[in-house]
Ligand binder design. Sequence first.
Ligand code: MEV
Length: 439
Amino acid sequence: MQDNRIAGFSKLNKQEKIDWLRSHFLGNDPNAQALLTGFWHRDEALQNILDGFSENTLSNFPLPFGIAPNFDINGTTYAVPMVIEESSVVAAAASAAKFWQPLGGFHAEVIDTVKLGQLHFRWSGSTARWEQFFPYLEQLLRLETTYLTTNMEARGGGILRIEWCRKPEIAADYYQLLVSFETCDSMGANFINSVLEQFGVTLRDWAATAPELLHNERSLEVIMAILSNYTPDCLVRAWVTCSLTDMEKALHTADNVRHFCQKFALATQVAIHDPYRAVTHNKGIFNGIDAVVLATGNDFRAIEACAHAYAARDGQYRSLSRCTIENEIFRFELEIPLALGTVGGLTKLHPLAQLSLQILGQPSARELMQIIAVTGLAQNFGALRSLVTTGIQAGHMKMHLQNILIHLGASPAQIAEAKVYFSERTVSFTAAREFLAQQ
Ligand code: MEV
């Protein structure tokens, strides 16, 4: 049997890595070489930057970079860059943006921007003694991290609060510092982690050397120092609102607008109370959110993990959005924690992330929170509007048709003809193949 293990893979150069992969996993497929090198960027310097984002890179994995125009948010019109592979997401966002334009556009406000981090450690001293030392320790922790916090403080941020707790259910000697931060326009992961690691060093040194400690209080072991991606107080709210009369004009439909709005609100209620629906409902919100988070070089894993925890904050996973109809006014709202950055990290290094921020007018992190929340709301509006009226498959399959036709090697003329042919027919892979065979 072929041995597919390898030591020192990371030390091979890119071509050697490809050769090894081809011979061990791809039966020396010549297409693999062409495919992988075909996606290398022709500008070597740029390719080196892309390679630097990860390890063992062989090539690039392109995703579509699109624009959803006409987003009126708090009176400013944005063209929103979106990186997403799912057909109809950008179209739905653009359509929802356009829909809300004559109705006053989208509104958004940042509720707060607090980021969090934790130092987990064990200490052999008692709670009473810790309480006694803590005021001094807090000063010491702040003092010994001054070299890290000075710049952030000059930008208006820094360490906000240092709190502590014990959790005996974890371990009898377990202590935790829960630290809150303001990191201004940066996501702040490096800053927070550096501060927390210094806190660990400071506490360890204090336990080892402080004259006020008893012999049995000298054992302090840092378990880990790391930011928390759960930031329920880094929160933004986005909403749309209009009268039912205005909604009727916007919908251009003879259908009963009140019935549509009530059905829409009921669909949201279902997602508030039923986790099976809530996950799909929120997935639709993330179709918009992730796409802009990716386009702007932010960390979509952190955003997802945080917002899903937030959606389950009362113990049940629920919709992140809600809808009300009161006094003839329709209001649809999304509240979501979004810890984002517009400086530093990938936002600075990835040329297309930089371009996205330029398209958005170099927003602050607070402004980007609002833009991204609005995109999530727009996406959710588009999905629910389709779901409670035509269903999503009609629009979805229309967009999907293009992918199928390209996959089957259709010419631009055949694609145009197929679009007309399928406007009244059900799209499927087989139907598209049969259509092409008859051409
Ligand atoms: C598909 O990507 C997203 C939807 O399923 C969202 C939803 O059901 O609300 C359409």
